[in-house]
Design a protein around this ligand. Sequence first.
Ligand code: HEC
Length: 190
Amino acid sequence: MKKLIASTILSLIFASTSHADTDLKQHAQKSKMVVKEFMTQLKGELQTAMKAGGPVNAINVCNEKAPAIAKNLSEKHGWKVARTSLKTRNSSNAPDAWETKVLNDFETRKAKGEDVKPMAYFEAVENNGKKSFRFMKAIPTGEVCLKCHGENIATPIKAKLQALYPDDKATGFKLGDIRGAFTITQPIKF
Ligand code: HEC
């Protein structure tokens, strides 16, 4: 009898952990799709603007469209969807404590040789009695990003960036650096 109870309890524990695990994996899967949506929309806008009027013109896309896409996706999914970085251009993208820790972990993982492109992290966290699922996906610095985030930024671009973002910290990046991350916060009950 004792054995039976013990094994029932054990299987209950296993069932609940694997259930929570599956839940987390499903949340992560959904988050990855939302990140992809964000990336596709932004990339499309950026490429069109670059073609139409070069990088100076495209600054408006990052300045206006990026926050608009984030807001739109947040409303559509009922989650907080944003971009963040250890070195932000716009201080309203600054990371909170959890995000800072994950961004630092990403740097460590990269230093150990991990590929940045698929790098991600997720966790269920509790803050002030509120539970949420949090997801982050690293954003690598590509060639096109260097025009506005690199070490040698052309004078007209620099001037416009400085006018819009006097507190800009998002320059000096090299190809392949971690530029930042997409970050998603989803309220959950479990
Ligand atoms: C035409 C100039 C331009 C190009 C090209 C560009 N960015 Fe940006 N980026 C900006 C501006 C402007 C902001 C500030 C947006 C805001 O106000 O939220 C920004 C913000 C960001 C942020 C949010 C964090 C922060 O610093 O505030 C990330 C992440 C980012 N860019 C990544 C990239 C990546 C990756 C690429 C290449 C695929 C790229 N950017 C290309 C101008 C650019």
